[in-house]
Design a protein around this ligand. Sequence first.
Ligand SMILES: [Zn+2]
Length: 123
Amino acid sequence: MHGAFFRFEGQAMVIKPNEGPCYRCMFSEPPPPGSVPSCQEAGVLGALAGVIGLIQATETLKLILGIGEPLVGKLIIFNALEMGFRKVKVPKDKNCPICGENPAIKKLIDYELFCSARGKEEK
Ligand SMILES: [Zn+2]
């Protein structure tokens, strides 16, 4: 399950292995470390987290119950300022290094080191 929010906009999508695109299909490369401001730096409308969380909870219940049409391969984007939703199709990438025809990435990297997240914290 993917869920994210930033300032006044949020998004969610179901990532179901072997059925739809994976996270790497959607975002082929992670942004360079330090290139994306955090919510602490750029701000986020607090209630937005609730909206996206409820979408994720609803999608999870639908998957457990086997009802409805899950957001597999469909990214839902919510804009709080316009108070509107829109849905964008996300295709599976046949060249995806995770779920494509010839996967090259088979294990996790040290993302804390990669993102330098630990380097900024004080203990
Ligand atoms: Zn993929």
